[in-house]
Write a protein that binds this ligand. Structure first.
Ligand SMILES: [Zn+2]
Length: 310
């Protein structure tokens, strides 16, 4: 069997069991996975970590491989908020021609939105493991590198690096942060979005395959405090770290509950995201999270990083 659980960040083995969970979204494996918490790092990590079986755990119908021009109301609202967020970050970066990198960016749909939001963005690069996204990305003018980010090589440095819903997918987030530091121009910005396991829905569904576990595709999860600390330890200045709505996690959790009650049909061929209730749940839970955000910890976080001056 596999080796004992060991924290992927500090390598301690005196970790505590946090939860068990299954793939309740895509059903890529029938196995039950354990999540452990490292009290030293205050992170939660999956065990075993299937970093050498990515082809199995990311099925061909995986959402980010197709998340392009979907036209639901929820996505339109999300796009509007993304545009606003892009403008608020790029206006902090000086220069007439900006270069941007989207790690895990698929066909480059976020970079398209970024270019719309700020016309100074003239060079765009995507790094992704999805071969199916390559042609679409190149057709839209993005440089495309078909590789896990760990193997990405370039002479270029970037003004803006996007790592949205990515950090939690890699076996060694500290190594990724270090790599990103080398890819960032002085004065540039990194925008990371990642789950927060210290949230209401994480507590409610902790032992019911919480959507934020995204089992077995999320390897490492943070809290706001542990995310900030690890980014600082990687040599970054943290400009801001804010909670944002966790509707996707609520929705997966809620649909799994309906399935357990025999009220929803979810399977490998009918993944959670394709359920007819999903758009409704996304809207309702996003509204719920936005309403309580001023006074509660929601289950996703946006953090903006830069390099310390000198
Ligand atoms: Zn640790």
């Amino acid at each position: 069997m596999s080796s004992p659980p060991c924290c992927p960040l500090c390598t301690r083995t005196d970790v505590s069991h946090f939860a068990n969970a299954n793939d309740v979204e895509y059903f890529t494996t029938p196995d039950t996975f354990s999540f452990y918490r490292c009290t030293g790092c205050d992170i939660v990590f999956i065990h075993p970590m299937l970093f050498d079986r990515l082809n199995e755990i990311y099925p061909s119908n995986y959402y980010s491989f197709h998340a392009s021009e979907a036209d639901s109301i929820a996505l339109k609202i999300k796009n509007f908020l993304d545009d606003r967020a892009f403008r608020s970050i790029t206006r902090q970066i000086p220069g007439n021609a900006l270069s941007a990198l989207d790690v895990g960016g698929g066909s480059g749909w976020l970079l398209d939105a970024l270019k719309r939001a700020d016309p100074r963005v003239t060079h765009t690069t995507v790094v992704d493991i999805d071969a199916g996204a390559e042609d679409a990305a190149r057709a839209k003018g993005h440089e495309f590198h078909l590789t896990p980010v760990e193997g990405f090589k370039t002479d270029r440095q970037f003004d803006l690096i996007l790592m949205l819903n990515l950090l939690e997918h890699v076996p060694n987030p500290a190594a990724l942060l270090e790599k990103a530091r080398g890819l960032l121009k002085p004065g540039g910005r990194i925008w990371i979005k990642t789950p927060n396991f210290d949230s209401l829905d994480a507590r409610l569904f902790r032992n019911r395959s919480w959507g934020g576990f995204h089992t077995p595709r999320h390897f490492v999860l943070f809290t706001r405090e542990s995310l900030i600390r690890h980014c600082q330890e990687a040599g970054f200045e943290v400009l801001q770290c804010k909670y944002t709505q966790g509707a996707p996690f609520w929705t997966v959790s809620a649909i799994n509950e309906l399935k357990l009650l025999g009220l929803a049909d979810v399977s490998a061929n009918r993944p959670s995201l394709k359920n007819p209730l999903t758009p409704f749940f996304h809207l309702a839970f996003a509204a719920f999270d936005f309403a309580r955000m001023p006074f509660s910890k929601t289950s996703q976080m946006n953090i903006h990083l830069t390099l310390p001056s000198r």
